[in-house]
Design a protein around this ligand. Structure first.
Ligand code: ADP
Length: 584
């Protein structure tokens, strides 16, 4: 089995881990699995009755049927067997459906749990695209494999086993006719799958390429005419089509070899069974009933073997997807701090940080705000203010130096613990599907209703609470009650009050306030900031003037610092900035 290479930023679990996860999951569902298998076994065994009955009927017609009394009895036995088979397969599919649904639900839960336990910085570093692929197409592939391929495969393998055992009991010599085909089928299938999958991927890729080139050409028709590019585009599309046809021909050639090969492997044993069975019967070694049943068994094998072969690929793809999903749990996390923060002091010391090795965007920043004070970070765009905000809130770890909260490295605090200390206030005020109560209590699950209402009151949210038909129990989100943008922001602000961190880092450019609702919400925000340390990336000098302390950042270092009046008196770059803003 091939293992998917870790093409993305995140690790891929090894085949061993995948197997261990799978067998642990099955062990947890021991009973359900046993029930499913029992139903399948019953169905398989019932399926074996038919050939035996038919064998007896043929023997009776040939004049030596002692074991079966009449055609009516044979028909009755046959009917009962069919009924048992039908009922057991239905029961088996139902039980398997429930089982796979539970397995998948658990897997999704584990995956979401693993994703949520990742530090934000790790996700940002590896890119969210990878996670999205895993959460969408890998989950889809795995769902398909587990729902469809796995049960079919189990059934088919069970049927094959049952049929071979029945064949061995009925006519062991005839079972030998199967032997020569096994290696041919195994090797042939291996060969086919190893070439077919990349082949189909190339077909898909060149189809996409052709498609997008044609669309691009049509959309940019005018430009292409203006620049006289038509000839070139046509020849490019021709080349794309030639490439596409070539890949189609390639997989078709593979199929024209593989399909006849498998067909032969199905038919040849059947012919051999009739031939050898006939000879054995003629020599008196095998009864006509046994010969008939054995030949029918060989024929019965074709369908399950075909199922196994056609689902092999799905199982492989499913295994690879499971490996990628489980790989998320193997992502390295920073070793978490054992200590608890002992004070509300946020201290940044000689902080250096680089997104790309060798290109520091922070060049040794020191900052130690007095708890409860307002600090404004000002400076030109690209100076490193937002980056510094991410380090202050523990999203990224400094390359050298440290950011400590109450003496503990911010990035080493577990996320839920960290958010009780310091929160980065952004524009993401998502309202989740759920009640207003659930939406408010996200960051503080133990809050009482009275606390929720107090928090809403603090941000002027009582009118909203009165408007909503079910009060705190009103369902919000898609398809339920919708909040206005302003109300959503009030919910987000109330969440902050409930989470009650001692420090807020506020990036004005991306901060909570929707300009349309700003005026109304300014007061609510002020209420949230009250009594907390606030470090604001200030884009309006208004904010800077109101701050207790201003740090002017340029090229990743603090070039000036002090109060508004100090900085004006110093006649430096802040003073220049202020004057030009005043003049404007
Ligand atoms: P400011 O907030 O002062 O405008 P930033 O912190 O956003 O500055 O950016 C500082 C520098 O870091 C800029 O040169 C910017 O291009 C770079 N930068 C910001 N974010 C990233 C990122 N995710 N990856 C790589 N470089 C980044």
């Amino acid at each position: 089995m091939t293992e998917a290479a870790p093409v993305h930023g995140f690790p891929v679990a090894s085949l061993k881990t995948v197997r261990r996860y799978f067998s642990a999951a099955i062990r947890r569902e021991r009973r359900a699995t046993a029930a499913v298998l029992a139903f399948y076994v019953a169905a398989s065994i019932a399926g074996l009755v038919g050939p035996q009955v038919l064998g007896q009927v043929v023997a009776r017609a040939a004049g030596n049927g002692r074991e079966i009394r009449s055609i009516e009895v044979a028909a009755a036995v046959f009917l009962v067997a069919l009924l048992v088979q039908g009922l057991s397969s239905t029961a088996a599919s139902r039980a398997a459906g429930h089982l796979t649904a539970r397995l998948l639900a658990r897997l999704r839960g584990d995956f979401v749990g693993a994703v949520l336990s990742l530090p934000v910085g790790v996700v940002e570093d590896a890119g969210t695209g990878d996670l999205q692929t895993r959460a969408s197409s890998d989950v889809e592939q795995l769902t398909w494999s587990v729902r469809q391929a796995a049960p079919q495969m189990v059934v088919a393998i069970g049927q094959c086993t049952a049929i071979v055992i029945a064949l061995l009991f009925t006519a062991p010599l005839l079972a030998l006719v199967l032997l020569p085909t096994l290696p041919v089928l195994a090797l042939g299938t291996r060969w086919y799958l190893s070439l077919a999958r990349p082949g189909y991927q190339r077909t898909m890729a060149s189809w996409d390429q052709t498609n997008s080139r044609v669309q691009e050409t049509a959309a940019g028709g005018r430009t292409i005419e203006t620049l006289s590019l038509a000839e070139r585009r046509i020849s490019q599309v021709d080349a794309d089509i030639r490439e596409w046809v070539a890949t189609e021909l390639y997989t078709m050639r593979l199929r024209t070899i593989y399909f006849p090969l498998t067909e032969a492997c199905y038919v040849v044993p059947l012919v051999l069974a009739v031939l050898v069975g006939g000879l054995l019967h003629a020599d008196g070694h095998l009864s006509i009933a046994a010969t008939t049943a054995a030949v029918l068994y060989v024929q019965l094998l074709i369908s399950p073997v075909d199922t196994v072969l056609s689902y092999l690929d799905e199982i492989q793809l499913g295994t690879a997807s499971l490996g990628r999903l489980l790989g998320v749990s193997e992502i390295e996390k920073p070793d978490l701090a054992e200590d608890e923060p002992v004070s509300p002091h946020v201290v940044a010391k000689d902080v250096h940080y680089a997104y790309r090795t060798g290109h520091d965007v922070l060049n040794g920043i020191d900052l130690a705000p007095v708890p409860g004070s307002r600090v404004a970070l000002v400076g030109p765009s690209g100076a490193g203010k937002s980056t510094f905000a991410l380090l202050l809130t523990g999203v990224h770890a400094p390359r050298t130096g440290y950011v400590r909260i109450g003496g503990v490295d911010a990035h080493r605090l577990p996320t839920d613990r960290l958010r009780q200390e310091v929160v980065l206030v952004t524009q993401e005020y998502h309202i989740f599907n759920g009640t207003l109560r659930e939406n408010l209590a996200l960051a503080s699950p133990d809050a009482t209703d009275a606390e929720l209402v107090t928090a809403l009151e603090a941000v002027d949210g009582l009118p909203m609470l009165e408007r909503l038909p079910g009060g705190l129990d009103t369902r919000l989100g898609a398809g339920a009650n919708q909040l206005s943008p302003g109300e959503s922001q009030q919910v987000a602000l109330a969440r902050l009050i409930l989470a009650d961190p001692h420090t807020l880092v506020l990036d004005e450019a991306t901060a909570l306030l929707d300009p349309r609702a700003a005026r109304h919400l300014e007061r609510s925000l002020a209420r949230v900031l009250e009594g907390r340390t606030v470090i604001a990336v200030a884009h309006r000098l208004q904010t800077a003037r109101d701050a207790d302390y201003i740090a002017v950042i340029d090229h990743g270092r603090i070039i000036e610092q002090g109060s508004h009046d100090d900085l004006l008196a110093a006649e430096g770059s802040y003073a220049a900035l202020w004057r030009s803003w005043q003049g404007a």
